[in-house]
Design a protein around this ligand. Structure first.
Ligand SMILES: [Zn+2]
Length: 258
C-alpha cells in the first residue's frame, strides 16, 4: 500500500497528482494477486491462511506483515479479533457503516446475513456510496455501528467528521476507531495547516495524512459525544497470540454513542 509512496512523491509535487490518484496508485482499494503460500505456523484469523511467513509491507518493508491470503495487515487482524471476541457484530442485527472499507474485512462483513452493511469512501469506485465524512447525507441515528480505521488522519477537519459519525449513530450505538496513534504523545501534532504534500510526508509518513494522534484523541472522541475505551493489542492479546497472528503494537478505540 505505502511502498510506492516515496516514488510517487515527486509526481505529487511536480505533476499536481491529486489525492484520489495517490490513493488509487497505492492500491488501497483491492488486494494484489495472491502469491504462492508455503504452509507454516503463522495464521491469519480473518481468512484462515497458515503460512511459513507473511509478506513484507510498508515503507520499510515490515517483515511478516501482510497476509498472502487476504491482504490483511496487523491492524486488520487486531480489529477482526476484537470484533469477534468483544462484540456481537457477527450475530446481532445491526445497520453498519464502514468507511474506506478494507477489502479483507469488507469481503466477509458484506455477506453476513444479520447486517445491513453500507460502505462509503471519498474516492473508491468500489464503495457503495462516495461521500465526505465531514458532510454525510444520512439521517440522525440511522446506523448502529460504525467502523472507521485509518481514515480520520486523512481529514483536515477531523472534529467535523467525528461530529458527523456521532450524529448518524443512534444513542447506544458504537464505533470502532483506529488511527495512527502514538501513546507517547500527550497532544496530537497537527498538520491541517500544512499545504505541502512533501512536508506532510516528512512529518506524518504520508502526503495526505494531516496528523499522528496522541493521547488527546480520547478527548476528541469524548468531545464528539462518545464514551471511549482504549484497547491496546498488548493488553488484549497474549504474546503467543500476537506472534501467531502477527499483530504488532496496535490500538483501537471502542466508542459508545452517549
Ligand atoms: Zn488473511
Amino acid at each position: 500500500m505505502l511502498t510506492g509512496l516515496s516514488h510517487l512523491l515527486p509526481k505529487v509535487e511536480a505533476e499536481g497528482l491529486d489525492e484520489a490518484e495517490v490513493y488509487r496508485r497505492e492500491g488501497l482499494y483491492r488486494p494484489q494477486e495472491a502469491p504462492r503460500i508455503r504452509a507454516g505456523v503463522i495464521q491469519c484469523p480473518i481468512c484462515g491462511t497458515n503460512a511459513l511467513r507473511f509478506l513484507p509491507f510498508g515503507l520499510r518493508g515490515r517483515r511478516n506483515a501482510c497476509c498472502p491470503g487476504c491482504g490483511s495487515v496487523e491492524r486488520h487482524r487486531f480489529l477482526w479479533l476484537y470484533l469477534r471476541r468483544r462484540t456481537d457484530l457477527f450475530r446481532g442485527r445491526y445497520r453498519v457503516l464502514h468507511t474506506a472499507p478494507e477489502p479483507c474485512l469488507e469481503d466477509r462483513l458484506r455477506h453476513l446475513p444479520n447486517l445491513r452493511y453500507l460502505t462509503v469512501d471519498r474516492f473508491s469506485p468500489f464503495a457503495d456510496r462516495r461521500e465526505d465524512l465531514t458532510d454525510l447525507p444520512f439521517p440522525h441515528g440511522s446506523f448502529d455501528v460504525v467502523l472507521t480505521s485509518h481514515v480520520l488522519e486523512h481529514i483536515p477537519d477531523d472534529r467535523a467528521a467525528l461530529a458527523q459519525l456521532a450524529r448518524i449513530l443512534r444513542p447506544g450505538g458504537w464505533a470502532i476507531v483506529m488511527v495512527p496513534f502514538d501513546p507517547r504523545l500527550p497532544v496530537s501534532p497537527e498538520g491541517a495547516g500544512i499545504r505541502s504534500p512533501a512536508e506532510r510526508m516528512a512529518r506524518f509518513g504520508h502526503p495526505y495524512h494531516y496528523r499522528i494522534y496522541g493521547l488527546d484523541l480520547v478527548d476528541r472522541l469524548a468531545g464528539a459525544g462518545f464514551e471511549v475505551r482504549h484497547v491496546a493489542s498488548r493488553a488484549f492479546l497474549s504474546a503467543h497470540q500476537r506472534r501467531r497472528f502477527r499483530i504488532n503494537d496496535n490500538h483501537l478505540f471502542h466508542c459508545v454513542r452517549r
